[in-house]
Design a protein around this ligand. Structure first.
Ligand SMILES: Cc1cc2nc3c(=O)[nH]c(=O)nc-3n(C[C@H](O)[C@H](O)[C@H](O)COP(=O)(O)OP(=O)(O)OC[C@H]3O[C@@H](n4cnc5c(N)ncnc54)[C@H](O)[C@@H]3O)c2cc1C
Ligand SMILES: Cc1ncc(C[n+]2csc(CCOP(=O)(O)OP(=O)(O)O)c2C)c(N)n1
Ligand SMILES: [Mg+2]
Length: 555
């Protein structure tokens, strides 16, 4: 066995099924080890960032360790953006890089980058292996760190170490990391129950930490008669049409969630690190449930912190809730939701040309299969997906939540499709975002992945136009020149469709979904479609009016 063979044994023991990367230079021994085994599939990408983003999305969706690799220097540098996506969305990813030979480390050798320094910020663990005596311990430590801290671990292996022959000592066998479940202590739960009993209007803000606790969340919310507001990342947990749902919160959320936050006297945060401080309630008491103690009270002061997994914690609390409880607050929020849904449905019925994005995204929801995994890119695409994608039970949803990086759509679809071959990965991406990593469309073709890429062609960086106008600035520098996306898809060996009329949407999307290989659907959408915030204040209206005036006057 070589050091690289043992690396792959360790990764396989941690359920890694794919490793995304580009071979060459300092990692040839790792790729050679990949060639000689059949536990992990090597997915050759065309840009290391694609590989890291694909791994990040796999880790977010599965909760398991995912892996990517690149050579020293440029390969490692290209991985970084995808790794930051994993870091900021708390996803366990291991990055393997090559490194120059140990004898020249620290001499600015050809392609030498101080990788431990480079990865120090993004990674919870970063280590260079300088002797085979560190193996397998460093590999195990890296996997444990990524899984336990739900973050990025990085190991770099110099060229003279990765191919070294070695045998495993029976005293240091390869065993997968174990991450147990955490429940808060009884006294803390008791205090939380006292607070719940004293409160009349309870609301819940649920985040992606509830992913494995959907049933417990809904049962608890039902018992407390609490409307459930969700973070955007938690979109797959509860759909707007669910009777307990108060919809999304934040600029891409809706008014009912704002009403629920403002109107509650007790807010229960479960598995969320919701970042936008302005949206937290001004005076309500707050209970926060999270597995990570450092997140308790991080965004807003809380009254009671419960460190534990969402499922068992909610189950314990539910047992102590005295029922029946008043449902007046819930009914009030439900009536706001009914109004909100009416407005939403009206937007989605638009038959305007160029196509209105709400119409496109709601139609996509209608025709998408029950096993769809949606990946929303960063841009106005995020907003349309947040508001108009209707998720059915069994469907999944993810995005670049914390980093908000453009270009996650295509790599994310590749990662998701590989992780869930029986599902259908569908990415909703802007034209700007798609062009960033579109070189990897051929990767989907090569590996015969039936991903669907919906490209919103508005010929601009639309989200930035909105940002500029919200600041009172005229729209500037946001126009982009696009390639012919259908021709590009076909040149890569994928299928390609273009839709320009709203009444063609249903038939063309259905035709695209009937394809058995990768498909790109370019939809020419309204570049002036507005994303309205959940509530508008006078200053926002003033700045927007000013920007429009400046555009009109050509300033
Ligand atoms: C263009 C753009 C616009 C956006 N606008 C919005 C917006 O308007 N509204 C919005 O909500 N988001 C928006 N986002 C996303 C936003 O930036 C955050 O990423 C998101 O709100 C965080 O969601 P979260 O709290 O569910 O996830 P995370 O930030 O991942 O937090 C999850 C928390 O759950 C904890 N946890 C994990 N597992 C468990 C468990 N088993 N039990 C208990 N706790 C657990 C973790 O420790 C963590 O603290 C936007 C993103 C983009 C790209
Ligand atoms: C890698 C990266 N670069 C820049 C940004 C800033 N940014 C956020 S959205 C956006 C525009 C997205 O344009 P497009 O993909 O065309 O989507 P649209 O908003 O037009 O729907 C930009 C430049 C970012 N989030 N990520
Ligand atoms: Mg665009």
């Amino acid at each position: 066995m070589t050091v690289s063979d043992i690396l792959l044994e360790v990764l396989a023991a941690h359920e890694v099924e794919h490793i995304f990367g580009i071979p060459g230079d300092a990692i040839n021994d790792v790729t050679d080890a990949l060639r000689r085994q059949d536990q992990i599939d090597f997915i050759g990408v065309r840009h290391e960032e694609t590989g890291a983003l694909a791994a990040s999305v796999q880790a977010k969706l599965t909760g398991r360790l995912a892996a990517c690799m690149g050579t020293s220097g440029p390969g490692g540098i290209h991985l970084l953006n995808g790794l930051y996506d994993a870091r900021m969305d708390h996803a366990p990813v291991i990055a393997i890089t090559g490194q120059v030979a140990t004898g020249v480390l620290g001499t600015e050798a050809h392609q030498e980058v101080r990788l431990e320094r480079l990865f120090a910020d993004v990674a919870v663990y970063s280590q260079t292996i300088t002797t085979e005596a560190q193996v397998p311990d460093v590999f195990l430590e890296a996997c444990h760190a990524a899984i336990a801290h739900r973050g990025v671990a990085h190991v770099s292996i110099p060229t003279d170490v990765s191919g070294r022959k070695m045998s495993l000592s029976p005293n240091r066998p390869i065993k997968a990391a174990m991450a147990g479940r955490i429940s808060p202590v009884a006294a803390d739960c008791g205090a939380a129950l006292d607070l719940i009993a004293k409160s009349e209007r309870v609301a819940i803000l649920a985040g992606i930490g509830c992913l494995d606790a959907r049933d417990e969340l809904l049962t608890f919310a039902e018992a407390v008669q609490a409307p459930v507001i969700r973070s955007l990342k938690a979109k797959e947990i509860i759909d707007d049409d669910h009777p307990l749902c108060a919809g999304g919160l934040g600029l891409l959320g809706g008014k009912p969630a704002v009403k629920a936050m403002d109107g509650c006297d007790l807010l229960i945060l479960v598995g969320t690190d919701f970042p936008y401080r302005d949206f937290y309630p001004k005076s309500a008491k707050i209970i926060q449930i999270d597995i990570e103690p450092t997140r308790i009270g991080r965004r807003h002061p809380v009254d009671i912190g419960l460190v534990g997994h969402a499922g068992p914690t909610l189950e314990t609390l539910k047992k102590g809730v005295e029922t029946p409880r008043s449902d007046i607050f819930l009914q009030d929020i439900q009536s706001h939701m009914a109004d909100w849904r009416k407005r939403r449905d009206k937007d989605e019925a638009s038959d305007a040309t160029p196509i209105s994005p709400p119409r496109l995204v709601s139609m996509l929801s209608k025709v998408a299969p029950d096993n769809a995994i949606f990946i929303a890119d960063t841009g106005t695409s995020t907003a349309w997906a947040a508001r108009h994608l209707h998720i059915r039970p069994g469907q999944r949803f993810t995005l670049s939540g914390g980093l908000a990086t453009m270009a996650i759509g295509l790599p994310g679809a590749i990662g998701a499709q590989l992780a869930y071959p029986d599902h259908r990965a569908i990415a909703i991406v802007g034209d700007g975002a798609f062009a960033m990593l579109s070189g990897d469309l051929v990767t989907a073709v090569r590996y015969k992945l039936p991903i669907v890429i919906i490209v919103l062609n508005n010929a601009k960086l639309g989200f930035i136009t909105l940002e500029q106008e919200a600041k009172g600035l005229p729209d500037w520098g946001t126009d982009i020149l696009n390639p012919d996306f259908v021709a590009l898809a076909k040149a890569c060996g994928a299928a390609g469709f273009r839709v320009t009329e709203p009444d063609e949407l249903e038939a063309t999307l259905s035709q695209a979904l009937a394809e058995t290989g990768p498909v790109v659907v370019e939809v020419v959408v309204d570049p002036n479609a507005l994303i309205m915030p959940p509530t508008i204040n006078a200053s926002q209206a003033y700045h927007f009016g000013l920007a429009k005036l400046r555009e009109l006057l050509g300033q």
